[in-house]
Design a protein around this ligand. Structure first.
Ligand code: NAD
Length: 359
């Protein structure tokens, strides 16, 4: 494939930064990363990629249509990979408004700017243009009490303000295809884990708490089931879909790794016993730190993905098993204490201040 310009939104986030690292290290494409640098945006996750002359950063909000128009005009993207979002379910319960704004209004803004840009393109550039919307399996709701898997045909039944806002944005993207013909693809993926994950999410929270001898808070009885995918496998899948996926189609992405939360936390404790046996003072076994806390309201019991379509049609499969991916993840957190410290003490946001007003 020839060199393309790829516009990534939310490229300073957990998955977005894995996508940017993949594009810079594994392809020859040019990348523009547009990110508002909310608390979840961390430019330290991109320190290697930023050394490349093919990487450009724009500090901005996807809801800012004038800025978005400028970015499209100057950069002339061939492909758009839209990951920018408010992504944390607990935060959406405490304050849903930001989720409505970024995930719904922001996606709509981007769709309108992309549509206007695409309508002015001609020839091969127009035919090759793709708008890839990155979404979650949480739009499908809860599989409690069944052995079913989410397929691309599963009806939407979101439970939280987060998943409802993502469901909404999926519908908007699909309608821009049906109504205006904008060439879109959508992916719905299961829970990701891996390096550079912000420590409010289950796996990094447990690792970092354990290393400090703090309690490991598990919702309810830890019986909720999630289907886990290593983030670098997700980044590879996203690149496959944006470059080879069929216009107008949805692809589910998952790792065939259904695990109860309590199993995940227990496995992490066992890995830490092996990889970091020198424990904090007063801790005999990492498992002793497990503490059950009141369940999250509206908590879905089980998610599980049927990733058969992307496997059959695009030949993608995850490389990591849950065991190999989790081991790599624990080792990464042990080896990258500076990244972790900067997130924990808030100093990762200093770099962001250096970018205010930059475009
Ligand atoms: P994240 O919270 O780590 O990162 C989101 C990024 O978007 C941050 O860098 C943030 O600064 C940026 N952002 C937020 N609002 C913005 C705005 N208005 N304008 C520009 N940038 C803005 O999220 P993530 O976990 O990397 O998820 C990325 C995408 O993948 C999301 O759309 C999410 O719904 C989806 N997804 C996540 C998972 C998962 O397990 N984390 C699974 C499936 C799908």
């Amino acid at each position: 494939m020839g060199k393309k310009n790829i516009l990534v939104t939310g490229g300073a986030g957990f998955i977005g930064s894995a996508v940017v690292r993949y594009l810079i290290h594994e392809t020859s494409h040019g990348v523009v990363n547009i990110d508002k640098l909310t608390y979840a945006g961390n430019l330290e996750s991109l320190s290697e990629a930023t050394k490349s002359s093919r990487y450009h950063f724009v500090h901005g909000d996807i809801c800012d249509s004038i800025l978005m128009e400028q970015v499209f005009l100057e950069f002339e993207p061939d492909l758009v990979m839209h990951l920018a979002a408010e992504s944390h379910v607990d935060r959406s319960i405490d304050g849903p408004t930001a989720f409505i704004h970024t995930n719904i209004v922001g996606t709509c803004t981007l769709l309108e700017v992309a549509r206007s840009y695409w309508s002015r393109l001609e020839g091969e550039k127009k035919a090759g243009f793709r708008f890839h919307h990155i979404s979650t399996d949480e739009v499908y709701g809860d599989l409690e009490g069944t052995t079913d898997l989410f397929t691309e045909e599963t009806p939407y039944a979101p439970s939280s303000p987060y998943s409802a806002s993502k469901a909404s944005s999926d519908h908007l993207v699909r309608s821009w295809y049906r109504t205006y013909g904008l060439p879109i693809v959508i992916t719905n993926c299961s829970n990701n884990y891996g390096p550079y994950h912000f420590p409010e999410k289950l796996i990094p929270l447990m690792i970092l708490n354990a290393l400090e001898g703090k309690p490991l808070p598990v919702y309810g009885k830890g019986e909720q089931i999630r289907d886990w995918l290593y983030v670098e496998d997700h980044a590879r899948a996203l690149y496959k879909v944006v470059t080879e996926g069929k216009v107008g189609e949805t692809y589910n992405i998952g790792g065939h790794n259904e695990k109860k939360n309590i199993e995940v936390v227990s496995t992490l404790c066992d890995l830490l016993e092996e990889l970091c046996p020198s424990k904090p003072v007063g801790v005999k076994a990492y498992r002793d730190l497990i503490t059950y806390v009141q369940d999250r309201p509206g908590h879905d019991h089980r998610y599980a993905i049927d990733a058969g379509k992307i496997e059959r049609e695009l030949g993608w499969r995850p490389i990591e098993t849950f065991e190999t991916g989790l081991r790599k993840t624990v080792q990464w957190y042990l080896d990258n204490s500076v990244w972790c410290r900067h997130v924990q003490d808030g100093s990762y946001q200093r770099e962001r201040l250096g970018h205010v007003g930059e475009s």
